[in-house]
Design a protein around this ligand. Structure first.
Ligand code: ARG
Length: 465
C-alpha cells in the first residue's frame, strides 16, 4: 500500500473501503498532461523564488517529463490507494528523482492544483468543441450550396405551412451552432484565469510570481480571490450549460433526420454506414445515430443539473464534494464531441430526395398565404383576403383538390378580384422568391446568408449556389 501524502497526523491506516470510496484516479487520470504541465510551471516559480536550486529545478522538470512519457507509453502503474492523479505524479516523481521531489509541493495545495488542471483541460475542450461545431457548420454550408434549388415544406405545429428552401432549413442550424460557438468562446474567457497561488484557500505564503505562471501556462490573468479560486466551479457549470444547449440543437436536428427518413416522409435516406438493421425485421434500416444523439442529450442535461446541485450548498472554500465535478464534466464533453463528430461524418452522405420534398409541396394548401397576399395586392384588406382564401380552401377540401385546381369561375364567385394571373402566384417557387427580406427564404436572401456564413467560417465561398 502506497504512503499517504498526509500520513503524519494519522495513527491508523485508511480503511480499504474508504480508499475505494474516495479515490478519483479512475477518472482524474485523464488530467495527467495538465497536472504535469502545471507542476513544471510551479517548479519554475519555486526556482525563481530561490526555493529550488537550478539543479533541483532541472531534475524535477526532467522527472516530470519522464512521468508524462511513462503514462503516454502505458508503462505507468496506477494504484487505487494513491487517491488521485496529483498524488500519482508526485509519488512516481519521488521514485525517479528522489529528494528534490519533496520540495515540489511547496506553496501549493491540491486545491489550487486541481482547479488549475480542470481549467486547463476545459480550455482545450472548449477549443475542440468550438472547432467541431464550426466544422459542422461548414458541412451544412456545403450541403446548402449543393442543394440550393431544392424546396420542401416548411412546418409549424408539424403541419405543412409554407414552402422554403432546403438550404434555408440547413442554415437555420448553422445559426444555432454559431451561437453555440459564441457561448463557448464567452465561457472560455472565464475559464482562462489562473488559480495557482491560491494554495489551500488563503493564498500561498511564498513569493511566487503568479503572473509568470499565467504567462507560462497561457492564462489571460490570475484569480483575484484565493477562496473563490479553489472553491467555485461556475466555469464548469457554464460549459455544461453551453454543452446542454448545443446538444439540444443537435437533438432537434436528430429528430428531423428520424422523421425525414421514415416511410411517411421519405425526404432523405441516411448513408448505409450510418444506419443499422433489425435482427428480426429484414426490411428495416434504422436511424440509430440520430436517435442516440437525441437520447444522449438527456445525459448532458443531467450533468448540468448534477453540477448545479453539487454546488448549491457548499460553504467556502474547498470541499471534497468538488471531486464529483469531474465525471459529469468529462462525460458531457465526451458526449458532445462524439455527437458533433458523428454528425460531421454522417451529413455529407445524406441522400436528399428532392422529388419527395417537392412532391410534398403540391398537397396541403401551402400556397394559401400566397392567395391571400394576391388579394391584398389587388386591394383587399388582409383580414378579408384571409376569409376569402379560407372559403376557397374549404371548397377545395370538399372537392378533394388543391387551390390551384379550382376553376377560375368558381374562384371569381368568391371574389371578382381574382383573375388568371393568380395561378402563377400559387407556384411554390414564386412563394419562396417573394420572401426576399433579410433572413427570408428567397434565393437572393439565402445566397447572402450563405456568403456571410462562408466568410465567418473562413470558407473559399463563391459559386452560384
Ligand atoms: N481529488 C480531489 C478533487 O478532485 C483533489 C483535491 C483534493 N483536495 C483535498 N483537500 N482533499 O477535488
Amino acid at each position: 500500500m502506497a504512503e499517504k501524502l498526509w500520513k503524519g497526523r494519522f495513527g491508523e491506516k485508511t480503511a480499504p473501503v474508504v480508499e475505494r470510496f474516495t479515490s478519483s484516479i479512475a477518472f482524474d487520470r485523464r488530467l495527467y498532461r495538465y497536472d504535469i504541465e502545471g507542476s513544471i510551471a510551479h517548479c519554475r516559480l519555486l526556482a525563481r523564488a530561490g526555493i529550488l536550486t537550478a539543479d533541483e529545478e532541472d531534475a524535477l522538470v526532467e522527472g516530470l517529463h519522464q512521468v508524462r512519457r511513462e503514462i503516454e507509453n502505458g508503462d505507468f502503474v496506477f494504484d487505487d490507494t494513491l487517491e488521485d492523479i496529483h498524488t500519482h505524479v508526485e509519488s512516481r516523481l519521488t521514485e525517479l528523482v528522489g529528494k528534490p521531489s519533496q520540495k515540489l509541493h511547496t506553496g501549493r495545495s491540491r486545491n489550487d492544483q486541481v482547479a488549475l488542471d480542470l481549467r486547463m483541460y476545459l480550455r482545450d475542450v472548449v477549443d475542440e468543441t468550438a472547432a467541431g461545431l464550426e466544422e459542422l457548420q461548414r458541412v451544412l454550408v456545403r450541403l446548402s450550396r449543393e442543394h440550393f434549388e431544392v424546396l420542401l415544406p416548411g412546418y409549424t405545429h408539424l403541419q405543412r405551412a409554407q414552402p422554403v428552401r432546403l438550404a434555408h432549413h440547413f442554415l437555420a442550424y448553422v445559426e444555432m451552432f454559431a451561437r453555440d460557438v459564441a457561448r463557448l468562446r464567452s465561457c472560455r474567457q472565464r475559464v482562462n484565469v489562473l488559480p495557482l497561488g491560491a494554495a489551500a484557500l488563503a493564498g500561498t505564503a511564498y513569493p511566487l510570481d503568479r503572473a509568470l505562471a499565467a504567462e507560462l501556462l497561457g492564462f489571460a490573468g490570475v484569480s483575484a480571490n484565493s477562496l473563490d479560486a479553489v472553491s467555485d466551479r461556475d466555469f464548469v457549470i457554464e460549459f455544461l450549460a453551453a454543452a446542454a444547449i448545443a446538444m439540444m440543437h443537435l437533438s432537434r436536428f436528430s429528430e428531423e433526420l428520424v422523421l425525414w427518413s421514415s416511410s411517411e416522409f421519405q425526404f432523405i435516406e441516411l448513408p448505409d454506414a450510418f444506419a443499422t438493421g433489425s435482427s428480426i425485421m429484414p426490411q428495416k434500416k434504422n436511424p440509430d445515430v440520430p436517435e442516440l444523439v437525441r437520447g444522449k442529450t438527456g445525459r448532458v442535461y443531467g450533468h448540468l443539473l448534477a453540477q448545479l446541485t453539487l454546488m448549491k450548498g457548499l460553504p467556502l472554500a474547498y470541499n471534497r464534494d468538488l471531486q464529483e465535478d469531474k465525471p459529469a464534466l468529462f462525460d458531457a464533453a465526451d458526449t458532445l464531441l462524439a455527437s458533433i463528430e458523428v454528425f460531421c461524418r454522417m451529413l455529407p452522405g445524406l441522400r436528399i430526395r428532392r422529388e419527395r420534398m417537392e412532391q410534398a409541396l403540391g398537397e396541403g394548401f401551402l400556397n394559401a398565404t400566397e392567395m391571400a397576399d394576391y388579394l391584398v395586392r389587388k386591394g383587399l384588406p388582409f383580414r378579408e383576403a384571409h376569409h376569402v382564401t379560407g372559403q376557397a380552401v374549404r371548397r377545395a377540401i370538399e372537392k378533394g383538390c388543391e387551390l390551384h385546381e379550382l376553376p377560375l369561375a368558381e374562384l371569381r364567385g368568391l371574389s371578382p378580384l381574382i383573375e388568371e394571373d393568380l395561378f402563377p402566384c400559387l407556384e411554390p417557387r414564386a412563394a419562396v422568391e417573394r420572401r426576399a427580406v433579410v433572413g427570408g427564404t428567397a434565393a437572393s436572401a439565402v445566397r447572402a446568408a450563405l456568403e456571410a456564413a462562408e466568410r465567418r467560417l473562413g470558407m473559399a465561398g463563391g459559386g452560384d449556389g
